[in-house]
Ligand binder design. Sequence first.
Ligand SMILES: [Zn+2]
Length: 160
Amino acid sequence: MKAREITCCKSCGWGSDSITISEVQQQVEKHGVYVCEKCEAKYEAILNHEGDFRIKNGFGSNEAFITEDSIYYVEADRGRIVDPKAPFLGFGGRWFLIVKRQDGSNNAFVTNSLFHWVSIPAVFRERFKKSDKVNSTIVGMEKEALANLRDILKNIPHLN
Ligand SMILES: [Zn+2]
C-alpha cells in the first residue's frame, strides 16, 4: 500500500498525516497555498498585535524583525552581539545591518547572530504591508564594511 502524500505548510514546512485532505483543501482555498492552521493563527495574532511584536520561545522573549517576506529574531538570552567564537550563531555568525522602525523613528543596529523564524506566505505579505507591520530592513554586511561605516560615522563632525 502506498502511503498518502503529506502536504507541508508553505510557511513552517511542517506536515502531518493526521491533517485530512479536506482540511488542506480548505486552507488552500483560503490562502491560495497550504498554510497550516497554527501558522494562520500566528499571522492573525501578529496582525492584531499592538506595539512591538516579540517571539517567545525557549530563549526568552526575543526581539523580532518583520521584513516584507520574512520574520527574523535575535535570541533574548544572548542578545544582538555574540562572541564570534561561540557555537550556534544565527546565519553562521554573518553580520547584518538592521534598520527597524520603532515608535515612529528608525533605529539602526548590528547583529552577528540573526535567526530566521518564518517566511511570510504571499497572501499575508500584502496584509502585513497594509497593516503597517513591516518594520525592518535587513542587509547582510562584511565585517570590514561595517568597520568602515563605523569610521565614516565617527569622522562626520556634524553628528557630534
Ligand atoms: Zn505552518
